[in-house]
Design a protein around this ligand. Sequence first.
Ligand code: BGC
Length: 803
Amino acid sequence: MTSWNLTYTGLDPEKEKLRETLCTLGNGYFATRGACAENGADSIHYPGTYLAGGYNRLKTEIAGKIIENEDLVNLPNWLPLSFRMNGGEWFHIESVEILSYEQKLNIRSGILCRVIHFRDQQGRKTVLMNRRVVHMGNPHLAGQETVIRAENWSGEIEFLTALDGKVINGGVPRYQSLSNRHLDPLCEEEINKESILLKVQTNQSELRIAEAARTQIFKNGDFVNPERYCIKEPGYIGQTFSMEMAEGDEIRLEKIVSLYTSRDKGMSECGCQAKIAVVEADSFEEILKSHALAWEHLWHRFEIDYYPADPQKGKRTSRILRLYTFHLLQTTSRHSMDLDVGVPSRGWHGEAYRGHIFWDEIFIFPMLNFRMPEITRSLLMYRYRRLDKARKAAQELGHRGAMYPWQSGSSGREETQKLHLNPKSGRWNPDNSHLQRHVNAALAYNIWQYYQVTEDLEFLSFYGAEMFIEIARFWASKTTFNKEIGRYEILGIMGPDEYHDAYPGANEPGLNNNSYTNIMTVWILNRALEIWNLLPETDRNPLCEKIGFSEEEREHWKNIARKMKIVFHKDGILSQFEGYEQLEEFDWEEYKKKYGNIQRLDRILEAEGDSPNRYKVSKQADVLMLFYLFSAEELRSIFKQLGYAFKYETIPQNINYYLKRTSHGSTLSRVVHSWVLARSNRSGSWELFLEALESDVADIQGGTTPEGIHLGAMAGTVDILQRAYTGIEARGGILYFNPAIPPELGELHMHIRYRSYPMEITITPEKLTIKTFPSPKGYIKIAFRSKTKKIKVDCGEILEFKI
Ligand code: BGC
């Protein structure tokens, strides 16, 4: 097994849905779970195909209330390709004796393979091989090949190839009582003898989806064309055909599929386009080649080669890192750029969180910024297009500026559900997570980071500055001045830690003076003023006329940024929010003994009639986010501006304090903790990094990965290698390097891009090497630790620094 293959041997029904998620194939336009082609959805299998941004809204009555959810729609299943012998039962993997079973995802080329050797109840031994791709070069194309070899039998074999639009959204057991039928049938058509077309439409958003499939048949290598029988039902079309097989014969089917929707550009109508595309498509073998080439090009930009100190242990780490990068690139790619979509926290890999967009972008963008920032730009544009909606949301609450939703879908309205089900208690409880206004801070931070890495002033002038200033304006209007202490406060919100949404016993949700939010607000107000000054005057004036941004308002912001209240505990620890210090300590040992896995303490406590609001427990990093996002120097200057003392020792003290009180109920949590330990406790950081890496491959939350990947954790862990251990930081026109490589890491090698210049970076325990390539102009500024240097990029240069 190499570090480029994810291999499973043997069938494991309990883990099948987890494997399906991890073996999902996609290209940023659509994705299909790695379900087998022979089965529909049941308790073991869940084939799902999702379009990036393919949402639909449905209403349901729950607990006497009508609620509306916007879901990521499960599209028609294009996989069905099954067979049966001599008129018997259709093949079902659970009803045959498996002699050998291997499933392999080739991460380098994006090919999923399954080889099954089985004996059926009649004693027939057969080999079944399936290979599959979702094309990374042509976003509208996918294909699979099934090979059947009769090992010890002869007789008739019948095949079924189909497009199934009768599917529902059934991937998340917790959502079972919610409405789940999103598709209306439109048309089923036989295009020609070997090709079929299915068209459906979502019943609220009126998105039309067309899938066409061409199935070709080869017997012992020769093309054959048996008679086919077509089955048409509303929302379903299939073809069956029969052939004779003799012992040793091999039949190979190629099913090539095209997928278009009414939102695509450069076409007349999606059904018509899908037909043309499938009829004109290359053979499966040719498709494999062009697909693998597209992946090769992507890997050149995204691969992080790492040579671990212990090659044996490192192989698994390396494989997981590649797998996670692979899923990032399947979720968002150059093919998503024209789609007006965001990057979903759970990938387009399943139905959890309904394909919604959260603050998780803050963990995902850094991998894109340094490798394909065009993608980040398009993801920021998704937000820009929803700026008016965010303005309205702020206004409705009596605020100014723009307030982006905690969960975003098609239109940018708040998509967070009103009620959520605790599967442990069976109760539907109010969901207050929309009070996480810090999503707005993440968005501002992301705009700034994108600009720091790319110097894309055009983006800033056209879109970024407007969004940034409107977000800053929202924060300024969210503050209230407390005359008694002469400081500004932010009241009635939630921080990133979702375990706390209210004070114990309070009637209203919301917490006051969350340190993370208050400090982010100060940072945003500072940066907004800096951005204003960065804009050329010719761009400033029209923006000023459009959104109004007076000297008086700027002065007001400066005042808030000097007088924000930050709450500390008696011993100087930054308080997660005002009042956290007075909460009860939690008996971690007792609960671990009682429940084993206590990552989802919120559910456990609610089921006991208690609430995490009473305790000093955190689901995930909250205060520590500050040390994740900012350097110690930056924080020191913010505290100085606020008139609070800041000592460097505060950082490890805070880390220790909160690490002890965090259950890591979010997969994002270990990423942050590993990151913040990178400088002070390298082995502790490495340990948490390895734990964070297990999030999805081992489904450490026990059942969440089968419903979708955790993209923030995936990209965030790879980014620990990219930025935390290398100390790479783009700030003030300088690219900083400050390596702190854990001994287990060995050596790192990667390509990054900075301000459109490609660079090759190699870091060993002794040396940092930076290579630039010939580019049309000038130089860039880099800094190793605190020493700044200009590096030539006109003819390429190699720089070495002793570590
Ligand atoms: C986490 C949030 C995160 C969301 C989506 C939640 O469990 O607490 O921070 O944004 O999942 O990944």
